[in-house]
Write a protein that binds this ligand. Structure first.
Ligand code: PLP
Length: 396
């Protein structure tokens, strides 16, 4: 084993003490272990769903996979070269590669290295934020429809979850979320900006108001998995200003590294320590090398953002031409109202080897479509018209 095992090894005595003080009982400990990956074989229904929200199994070779908001391009040429080089020394932990990635990220964000904890993607960081900051006596407030992982994790460990509908314009209703947060002791207010599944923005001014007015002791977790696709300001400056904010970032989307796995939790050092105390182990060096190479390329994100925006505009144009309404997305996916039950659309598209997002039952006729390549979008469009018109005319 590594000689860098953190003294805060999960579920060690000090952590059990911390959990007990926050209202967790022994009954919850197994569930926390499950959430953190130690209990993959334990019989909790939702842990499977937690880890695999977008897992649709093995797909045919000619499938159009626009179900998981992945970017259609993978790591850049430079990233692949760096990855291949570092893989030759894959027998070594290579902690300095992770440290170097953090130094570069901190410089780019105008923050300090001790504001960053590195993760294999951001899912685990989100779970750690939930375990560290919510409890059976501290609620989680989320928007709906939204990215469900935080709520599923909180419910699994016995925290109350309050779901607040998005505003009509697709923004989080932060005024209503604030009200909800004041109704009981609250640990986390989760803001996904831009939101998944809608791709919609929550204005920065509203987020600042929320932070100023939120109950003492609560933390605003801002999930910026899709921030690079939008023109929204990242929340790094809120961390610089010392706010009670945890920002989550991932390399799974615009950087095309969903399978390689890299991400960050970013926060004030004292707050980050609480979250990342649950983290353990070295990061995959291949992911560190690829992520670092792409962070150092100033052209990469703007170019990918432009290509995504062009394909998104084309999709919106197509939907308008055919009379479908959709969410005003600034991201790499949108929700379209298919005017028929979501699952029927998913199934009809699947028969045509087109794989779109899972259903969000609060919006029972909407389908989430990720932005793929031009060819993939053309195949989606043809199939979508077939499926929706076939059902509308009762010919299915
Ligand atoms: N946060 C949001 C809003 C997401 O949509 C996703 C994945 O789709 C994640 C976090 C987790 O992604 P990953 O664990 O690949 O970083």
């Amino acid at each position: 084993m590594s000689d860098r095992i953190a003294p805060e090894w999960p579920l060690a005595a000090a952590m059990l003490e911390d959990l007990a003080q926050r209202g967790f009982t022994r009954r919850h400990f197994f569930r926390i272990a499950t959430l953190l990956g130690a209990g993959a074989a334990l019989p909790f229904g939702s842990e499977h769903a937690l880890a695999q929200l977008s897992n649709v199994g093995q797909l045919p070779d000619d499938a159009v996979k626009i179900n998981a908001n992945e970017f259609p391009e993978g790591p850049s040429e430079q990233a692949l070269a760096a990855l291949a080089e570092v893989a030759k020394k894959g027998n070594r932990y290579q902690y300095p590669a992770t440290d170097a990635l953090v130094v570069t990220a901190a410089e780019l964000e105008g923050l300090e290295p001790n504001n960053f904890a590195v993760y294999p993607g951001s899912s685990l960081a989100l779970h750690h934020a939930v375990v560290a900051l919510t409890s059976p006596t501290r609620a989680l407030i989320v928007a709906t429809p939204g990215y469900e992982a935080a709520a599923l994790a909180a419910e699994l460990i016995g925290a109350t979850v309050v779901r607040v509908p998005l505003r009509k314009d697709g923004a989080h209703d932060l005024a209503a979320m604030l009200k909800a947060a004041k109704r009981q002791p609250t640990g986390v207010i989760y803001v996904c900006n831009p939101n998944n599944p809608t791709g919609t923005v929550t204005p920065r001014a509203d987020i600042e108001k929320l932070i100023a007015a939120k109950p003492a002791g609560s933390v605003v977790v801002i999930d910026e998995a899709y921030i690079h696709f939008s023109d929204e300001p990242p929340a790094s400056d809120l961390i610089r200003a010392g706010k009670d904010v945890v920002v989550l970032r991932t390399f799974s989307k615009v950087y095309g590294m969903a399978g390689l796995r890299a991400g960050f939790a970013i926060a004030r050092p004292d707050l980050l320590k609480r979250v990342a105390a649950w983290n353990a182990g070295a990061m995959p060096v291949t992911a560190m090398a690829a992520a670092h190479a792409m962070l150092r390329d100033p052209e990469l994100v703007p170019a990918r953002k432009r290509r995504n925006a062009d394909r998104r505009a084309a999709l919106m144009h197509f939907l308008e031409q055919h009379g479908f309404t959709y969410t005003p997305s600034v991201s790499n996916k949108l929700m379209v109202d298919a005017r028929m039950p979501t699952q029927q659309v998913i199934d009809g598209l699947k028969q045509r080897k087109i794989y779109v997002g899972r259903p969000w039952p609060v919006w029972p006729t909407h389908v989430r479509v990720s932005i793929g390549t031009e060819d993939e979008m053309a195949r989606f469009q043809a199939a979508f018209l077939e499926v929706t018109s076939a059902t509308a005319s009762g010919r299915r």
